[in-house]
Design a protein around this ligand. Structure first.
Ligand SMILES: C[S@@+](CC[C@H](N)C(=O)[O-])C[C@H]1O[C@@H](n2cnc3c(N)ncnc32)[C@H](O)[C@@H]1O
Length: 380
């Protein structure tokens, strides 16, 4: 044993590499726990279980079960009682709010979806040589990527196919897109929003506005939160026809008098409805400059003079070497589409080109995928 005043330490230069490696282990372990349904099973078994009782109930090996449960305690996902003899495990508050199956979007689909997306990042070696393309994103949107379900507890890693140029492509299913895979994409998007959804609505006070148009508003989850925060507001959610049909099917009854769903296309030559408040949440980062030119021209034209545009995207630091989550999103964008993340000054430049003024940004603290940028159309 070292004497008390000796501090033993491994080489700090190795720390960043070791931490990155452990992050992969940690994510695999938690994804496996989700796929095994451990958290829901604990909840079903009266919320408190011993390792042996839990293992016996599900036909698991007790000694392995105990080690997995202890690892989940170490990650703050389970609590463990102090009893030395037969400690009991229960779900932490984090798990109860975000990892159990419920009618709210849960983060299971975020974690499993990140694992799916990381397979596209595994193809960076071809993307770095060939450049990115939109095929993967369009197929993911379509629900025609190879049928794996973002929310499915049996999500498995599979090899990603490449096209003749060695670009990664998601396989198109032989059958038409199904409601279930398109619905999975919808659930995945909502799960990304959930931890930050309220912060997005209050980042800038939009109480003076009458009608919100959420472009690419998907399930309507963000629009529902806006009408809750601003009771005077009505909302229109515009999205692709198949998404709108699905969103209508799942629309909560209490939102029906205030949120209307309409079919539309960012890139056709039809105008958007004229409103005084517009939202683009996780839309700008998906498209190249040519597509953005069509979308932002239409957006500006449809906004009433004096109106407001809100953009929810994660901001890059001005030096572009952080924050880490934005960097990861930016790399993901390059592997699945022609999009990218931007700094606030890049958003100011981009939106300023279309006539927007007074462009400001607010960061949302915590671990999440969103910051908020506000831009105004001059009152003439
Ligand atoms: C990345 S998701 C973002 C969804 C939502 N705004 C959010 O923040 O979670 C992109 C959304 O844009 C929609 N979308 C993609 N291309 C579109 C197009 N050409 N016209 C209208 N909506 C489109 C998709 O269906 C999807 O709902």
């Amino acid at each position: 044993m070292a004497s008390d005043d000796t501090v033993l330490r491994s080489d700090p230069l190795a720390d960043p590499i070791m931490e990155i490696g452990f992050g992969v282990f940690k994510a695999s372990l938690v994804c496996q726990a989700i796929e095994l349904g451990i958290f829901d099973k604990i909840e079903v078994l009266n919320k408190k279980v011993t390792a042996v009782g839990f293992a016996n109930n599900y036909g698991y090996k007790p000694e392995v079960t105990e080690r997995i449960l202890d690892a989940l305690v170490c990650y703050g996902l389970l609590n463990k009682s102090n009893s030395q003899d037969e400690p009991e495990y229960s779900n932490s508050k984090t798990v109860q709010k975000y990892l159990l199956k419920s009618d709210q979007p849960c983060l299971n689909s975020t974690l499993l979806g990140i694992r799916l997306l990381s397979q596209f990042v595994d193809k960076l070696d071809t993307v770095i040589k060939q450049g990115s393309n939109n095929t993967v994103y369009e197929r993911l949107l379509d629900g025609s990527e190879d049928g794996r379900d973002f929310t499915n507890s049996k999500l498995e890693r599979q090899e990603i196919k490449t096209d003749q140029n060695q670009n990664p492509v998601a396989e198109r299913k032989k059958t038409n897109k199904t409601d279930s895979s398109a619905h999975s994409f919808m659930v995945q998007m909502d799960s990304l929003l959930r931890p930050a959804v309220h912060a997005i609505t209050v980042a800038f006070d939009v109480a003076g506005h009458k009608t919100l148009l959420d472009l690419g508003g998907n399930s309507g989850y963000l629009a529902f939160e806006f009408i809750k925060t601003y009771p005077q507001l009505k909302a229109i959610v515009l999205d692709r026809p198949h998404t709108i049909q699905l969103a209508k099917k799942y629309q909560p009854a209490h939102t029906k008098s205030k949120v209307e769903f309409i079919e539309g296309d960012f890139f056709d030559n039809k105008k958007f409805p004229e409103v005084d408040l517009m939202m683009l949440s996780h839309i700008i980062h998906n498209w190249d400059e040519d597509k953005l030119d069509i979308l932002l021209t239409k957006t500006y034209q449809s906004l009433k003079p004096g109106g407001t545009l809100l953009v929810a995207e994660k901001l890059l630091n001005e030096d572009k070497i952080g924050p880490e989550i934005t960097i990861l999103l930016d790399v993901t964008m390059t592997t699945v589409c022609n999009g990218r993340e931007r700094t606030l000054s890049e958003y100011q430049k981009l939106l300023g080109r279309y006539g927007f003024q007074n462009i400001e940004g607010k960061r949302i603290a915590g671990v999440n995928y969103f910051d908020v940028i506000i831009a105004r159309k001059p009152d003439i």
